[in-house]
Structure formats: structure tokens, C-alpha cells
Design a protein around this ligand. Structure first.
Ligand code: NDP
Length: 471
């Protein structure tokens, strides 16, 4: 981590919303608390809701105080007071060019500096993305201004709408100015997958398709949908979790390691593997579930068939990976809050069917650990040993996801942001999966709240003679 030394303006569109309060204000505060911000910068909340600067500053600090209490951390009052001096508010409409012009004038009253880096964070519903983009472009000095757009997932609702969005944005801004954010890639543990692979040859030897029997990714959340019902019920867990978070995790595990660690090479390799993913081919490759209490959540339609659990079976269309099944499962209101990846290695031909295979397990949530299962067989005695690392995350950063990514955007580093083609590749898999569900009218199986989801998930791994790895 290194400090940003260039002055900047950070405009947070949708500053009155939930994402702003829950994630963005606390992320900015963490950057201040870690002393990573320069002396000269402005953070400006932009939203339609009329508000004074003092009211906004109060909301800003209250959201941070709440978060620190929840995380059981001691508030750094000095850092909070310091950042508050840089925080302002502007009330305007996203679709009115004149409001953006007035915003420009407002900025001129705050700073006389010219050619500042301007980071525009879209913390608004996607239907507002186009208005903001158009008006930002209409009111900039020149296309060469250092304007960086941070656009948060979801990117469209399908491959087509994502393509339309990118096409629209590209009319006004170059791709290198657009930072497409999936907060999952801001997680220290997720980032460490590639760092570990880069640093440890033996890990890459284990991650050769020819050596791997299957890969399993499990992302279970013990919480239900709660206040995100409005968004979730028309989205479902396939679009919410699989489309970007879990497909990107597969990419990090299976992509070729580029020689140079540049953002462009890493994005290229992620895209290459994502574009080779073979989506579910038959109805047996998909299991859908809904937790029993889902319809009792406030505002969930009584006829909702939205999936809150899914398990999928995929492949990768590359010579070394082609016969390695990849199983993904994710669910809400599950028995545990646990995200982990299991790479099960092939057995030797002479090993018995009773022998457990070697496994490489990477745990991402709640703890960040890596473990390797070793089998020791001497005579009649068989022993399994689990070699476990304390933590896979280096000491470099303990910043929250959004803080890592905002810092990267300020530094102009796109390694942990998505490229347009990558997102289109993940939508191809998602759209295909959803079309297959529709074609076969696949049912959503009820599962008990706090359980491991529908038992049918076991049939999916059984197709290849494997079973889910459970802790
Ligand atoms: P909100 O619905 O809270 O909207 C944010 C702000 O945008 C609102 O406070 C409102 O501000 C403005 N807004 C809302 N609806 C409209 C509308 N129809 N037309 C114009 N402006 C509107 O969204 P969130 O803060 O929850 O999320 C922001 C973005 O981030 C969304 O794209 C969301 O999908 C994504 N996201 C959210 C997550 C979360 O945990 N909340 C997680 C991951 C992604 P005002 O009226 O004052 O202008």
C-alpha cells in the first residue's frame, strides 16, 4: 500500500443511498485512518435529496461510527475529523445537464486547482448510469481530462444489456477511464489467490488441469435476503453471485499465469479462461432452491420462485481442463457463513478407492486459510494430515474491499477491476444457464432455513462419481 500523493476530487453519485453509507463512507474513512490520502482532496456527495453540508457530514460520520462499533474497532476520531474537513455535499439531478454545470461551478468555489483527477463513483441504481455518464462528458473541459468512472456491479441484467451499457459509456469515455467494480475482487483473500500462485510454483503444479479431479466452490451465507428483497427477488442468486463473484473466482484459480503482472495481462488471462467456460449443458447440471422462510421476508411476493440457492456443474473448453468438472454452489440462509474452494487432485492408478484424495483447500470467508490434505499410509495404518496455514493474506493490506479498490482506482491500477470483455464472457455463461432453466422450467426446491440446501445438489456431483466436500 502506498499513499496517494496527487490531489483529487471524489464525487459520490447516490450519496444518500445504502451502498454509500454501508460501504463507501467507511472505505474512505479507512483510507484516511491508514494515512493513505493526500493533503489536498475533496469528497463530494452528489444526490437529489436536498441536504446541507453539515447534515451530510453528520450522516458520513454516523455511518462510520456505526460500522466501527459493529466491527468492534476503536474509532480513530482524529482521522474522522480530518477527513470530514474534505467532505461536502451537492444536491442535483442526475439527468439535468444544468445541474452538472452548476456542480462544476460549485467545484470552482471549493478549489482553484485545475486538471485534478476526478473520480466519479456510481453508487446509484443502473437506470441512472447513462444520465450521469452523458452529463459528466457534456460538462468536462476536454475528453483528455483525468476523469475515472467507478461503476459498481450489476452491469446490466444480461449480456445484451451489459453490451449496450458498455457501448453507451464508450461513446463518451475511453475504456482505460472506466473502472468496473466487483467488490469481490477487492477482497484481500480473493486477491491473494493470484499472489500465492505467482509466488509459489508448487501451487501452480497442483492447479494443472491434468492433475485435478474436480474443483468445488462453495459460497454459503447464513443470512437471508433481508432489506435487499427488492433487488434480489427480480435478480436471483445466479445473477447476484454466480455471474461475477464466483465465475471470477474460477478464473483466478484456473487462468494461466502471465509473465508480467500488469493489469492488462491479468485481465487478458481472466478473460481467456472465462470465455472458455462451458455452461451447464443439461438440466441435470443445475439445482435450484429457495429457503422456506423466504416468502415470509417483508415484501417478497407470495408466488416468488426466485432461487436463493443454486448448484451448477461446468467445464472449461481447454485441452488441459476439458474433463475436469467444476461445481459451484451458493445459497442464502444456509447452515454456515463459509466461502471456500476445494481442488481435489487425481489419485494414482494404484491407490484404492477408499483412499481419500489429496486436496488443496482455500478458505476465503470467514477465515482466510489454505490447507493441504496429505495421506500417509504405512503398512495397515492410514493417516490423514491437514497442513493448515494461519492466514493466506499477506501483511500488506487489511483494508475493506471497497477501500482497496478505491485506492487502486486512485492509483490508476485496473488489475482488480473487470474489463468489458470479461463481463460479457461471464454473462454468456449466466444467460445460457438461465435460458436452460427456462427451457426445462426447472423447479425451485424448498430447503429448511439454516440447512445445507436441497439434497439434490448431491446428484450433481454424483454424475462424475464425486461428492461435495463438507467441513
Ligand atoms: P439505492 O437504491 O439506495 O440508491 C442510491 C441513491 O440513488 C438513492 O439514495 C437515491 O438518491 C438515488 N436513486 C435511487 N433510485 C433512483 C431512481 N429511480 N432515479 C434516480 N435516482 C435514484 O441503491 P444502493 O445504494 O443500495 O446501491 C447503489 C448501487 O450499488 C446499485 O447499482 C446497487 O445495485 C449496487 N450495489 C448495492 C449493494 C448494497 O449493498 N446496497 C451491494 C452491491 C451493489 P437521491 O434520490 O437522493 O438522488
Amino acid at each position: 500500500m502506498y499513499k496517494i500523493d496527487k490531489p483529487f476530487i471524489f464525487t459520490l453519485f447516490g450519496a444518500s443511498g445504502d451502498l454509500a453509507k454501508i460501504k463507501i463512507f467507511p472505505a474512505l474513512y479507512q483510507l484516511a485512518a491508514h494515512n493513505l490520502l493526500p493533503e489536498d482532496y475533496l469528497i463530494i456527495g452528489f444526490a437529489r435529496t436536498p441536504k446541507t453540508r453539515e447534515e451530510f457530514q453528520k450522516e458520513f460520520s454516523e455511518s462510520i461510527e456505526r460500522k466501527e462499533v459493529r466491527k468492534k474497532r476503536k474509532l480513530n476520531r482524529r482521522a474522522l475529523n480530518k477527513i470530514l474537513k474534505h467532505v461536502c455535499y451537492f444536491s442535483g439531478s442526475y439527468n439535468k445537464e444544468e445541474d452538472f454545470r452548476a456542480y462544476k461551478n460549485f467545484l470552482r468555489t471549493l478549489t482553484k486547482r485545475k486538471n485534478l483527477t476526478h473520480i466519479a463513483y456510481y453508487s446509484v441504481p443502473p437506470l441512472v448510469f447513462e444520465d450521469i455518464t452523458r452529463n459528466l462528458a457534456a460538462t468536462r473541459e476536454s475528453p483528455d481530462d483525468d476523469t475515472r468512472l467507478i461503476i459498481e456491479k450489476p452491469f446490466g441484467e444480461s449480456g445484451n444489456s451489459a453490451e449496450k451499457l458498455f457501448h453507451f459509456v464508450s461513446q463518451f469515455f475511453r475504456e482505460d477511464q472506466v473502472f468496473l467494480l466487483d467488490h469481490y475482487l477487492g477482497k484481500n483473500a480473493v486477491q491473494s489467490i493470484l499472489h500465492l500462485r505467482h509466488a509459489n510454483r508448487f501451487l501452480n503444479l497442483m492447479l494443472q488441469g491434468r492433475e485435478v479431479a474436480n474443483i468445488q466452490i462453495t459460497k454459503f451465507e447464513d443470512m437471508g435476503v433481508k432489506e435487499r428483497v427488492g433487488y434480489f427477488d427480480h435478480t436471483g442468486i445466479i445473477k447476484d453471485m454466480i455471474q461475477s463473484h464466483l465465475l471470477e473466482t474460477i478464473a483466478l484459480m484456473t487462468m494461466s499465469i502471465p509473465i508480467t503482472e500488469s493489469a492488462a495481462s491479468i485481465q487478458r488471462e481472466r478473460f481467456s479462461i472465462l470465455s472458455a467456460i462451458v455452461p451447464p449443458q443439461t438440466k441435470h447440471d443445475i439445482v435450484l432452491g429457495q429457503y422456506e422462510g423466504y416468502k415470509k421476508e417483508k415484501n417478497v411476493p407470495q408466488k416468488s420462485t426466485t432461487e436463493t440457492f443454486t448448484a451448477l456443474r461446468l467445464f472449461i473448453d481447454q485441452e488441459s481442463w476439458h474433463d475436469v468438472p467444476i461445481y459451484l454452489r451458493t445459497g442464502k440462509r444456509m447452515n454456515e457463513n463459509h466461502t471456500f474452494v476445494v481442488i481435489e487432485l487425481k489419485k494414482f492408478a494404484f491407490q484404492s478407492t477408499d483412499d481419500e484424495p489429496n486436496r488443496l483447500i482455500i478458505e476465503l470467508i470467514p477465515e482466510e486459510k489454505i490447507s493441504i490434505t496429505l495421506l500417509n499410509k504405512q503398512g495397515m495404518k492410514t493417516e490423514y494430515k491437514q497442513l493448515v496455514s494461519d492466514s493466506i493474506v499477506g501483511s500488506g493490506s487489511n483494508l475493506p474491499d471497497h477501500a482497496n479498490l478505491i485506492l487502486d482506482a486512485m492509483r490508476g491500477d485496473k488489475t482488480n477491476f473487470l474489463s468489458f470483455p470479461e463481463i460479457i464472457a461471464t454473462w454468456r455463461v449466466t444467460d445460457h444457464t438461465l435460458a436452460l432453466i427456462k427451457k426445462h422450467d426447472l423447479p425451485t426446491h424448498l430447503y429448511a432455513d439454516g440447512s445445507r440446501g436441497p439434497n439434490l445438489q448431491d446428484d450433481l456431483t454424483q454424475i462424475d462419481g464425486f461428492g461435495w466436500y463438507e467441513f
